[in-house]
Design a protein around this ligand. Structure first.
Ligand code: ADP
Ligand code: MG
Length: 334
């Protein structure tokens, strides 16, 4: 089968199928934001890896090299956050072409170092090789999580409320402006949101420690796609209310003439690095008392239901199947 039909998740599934059983120390394996294994009984270790490829994830004709360095760490740290963990250490692999200058290496290193510093993560090693055509960067980040705070994609319960941090669509708007020549007076903040994502480590820790949540994922491929992951991992269905999705005002400025409702753009915006989580009604009351909720930095956008109900989207008095569109490297549906 062509990889474009198999898709990214089809490829992962095939790899998963040929692997044998794993050691009993492994708590969470392929299929979540990061893997978790037992190191001692008080804390478990979390590990994740993500790559950035020139021409696929970034285009150096309009992306600062510093941003590529920042993102390389940020996207991994976001996966540690999605498990409820705290980032600790990182190793990186760099495949660079001969044409790279010392200045570019310094800028890349500064982006990596600043993100590490911001999230108290130590860069402790890596590998550097030559690439013949495009540059390629990969980072592996480890972290820690207490067993009682570790949260998975698969923990959603029927009746849970589905919530999201922040507002969605800024990354899409930022990318749109950055990659086109139509800069606006308001564009700098929006572009920076896309170039320098800020993983929600603090917010995730608050959610797992002070509220108690059932399932969580970070939004790297788009809200719609991540809701599908939570529902399929948990064996559940859901109802999403389109008008409850927090939409960035920049989307209105950029896409108001289009025929799709604006929340659609917000739902399909990848690289947001916000958190999508599910929480019981009881614990939602605890969350409502938190400042972060009162400041409208968390929105309740839907409800988990039994699998038989499917995944539904309600808006404008219409009920339709929740589209699954998100970013898939091989299906190019982003
Ligand atoms: P995320 O978007 O959170 O980074 P991915 O969609 O990249 O997650 O990956 C989903 C799951 O599949 C993760 O558990 C990841 O570790 C696993 N995975 C992805 N690619 C591979 C691979 N080539 N081999 C083994 N596991 C993989
Ligand atoms: Mg993730």
């Amino acid at each position: 089968m062509a990889l474009s039909r198999l898709g990214e998740f089809g490829i992962i599934e095939r790899i998963k199928n040929v692997l044998g059983t794993q050691s009993s120390d492994v708590q969470i394996s392929i299929g979540d934001d990061a893997a978790v294994y037992k190191t001692n009984s008080r804390t478990w270790s979390v590990i994740t890896t993500d790559a950035l490829v020139e021409g696929v994830h970034f285009d150096l004709s309009y992306t600062p090299v510093y941003s590529v360095g920042w993102k390389l760490l940020a996207i991994n740290i976001s996966d540690i956050a999605a498990m409820g963990g705290i980032p600790r250490n990182a190793v990186i692999s760099l495949a660079v072409t001969d044409s790279w200058s010392e200045k570019k290496i310094d800028q890349l290193a500064r982006g990596i170092a600043d993100c590490c510093k911001r999230y108290s993560c130590d860069l402790i090693g890596g590998d550097t090789v030559r690439s013949v055509s495009k540059t390629f960067f990969s980072a592996t980040v480890t972290g820690e999580v207490e067993p009682e705070y570790c949260v998975q994609r698969s923990g959603a319960e029927t009746g849970d409320l589905i919530c999201v941090t922040g507002i969605l669509g800024r990354a899409k708007a930022g990318f749109h402006i950055l990659s086109s020549s139509q800069k606006k007076s308001w564009s700098e903040k929006t572009i920076n949101h896309f170039l320098y994502p800020e993983p929600r480590v603090k917010e995730a820790r608050m959610l797992v420690k002070e509220v108690g949540i059932n399932a969580m994922i970070d939004i790297s491929d788009g809200l719609a796609s991540e809701i599908h992951h939570i529902c399929s991992s948990s064996g559940k269905g859901c109802i999403i209310y389109g008008d409850k999705i927090p939409v960035a005002e920049e989307l209105e400025k950029l896409f108001y003439r289009k025929n799709k409702p604006l929340f659609y753009y917000a739902m399909q915006s990848g690289e947001e690095y916000e958190l999508l989580f599910t929480v019981s009604e009881y614990n939602l009351e605890k969350l409502k008392r938190k400042k972060i909720f009162q400041n409208e930095q968390i929105s309740v956008i839907g409800k988990i239901c039994d699998r038989d109900n499917g995944l539904q989207l309600i808006y404008d008095n219409k009920k339709i199947s929740l589209p699954a569109e998100g970013w898939d490297h091989f299906k190019k549906s982003g």
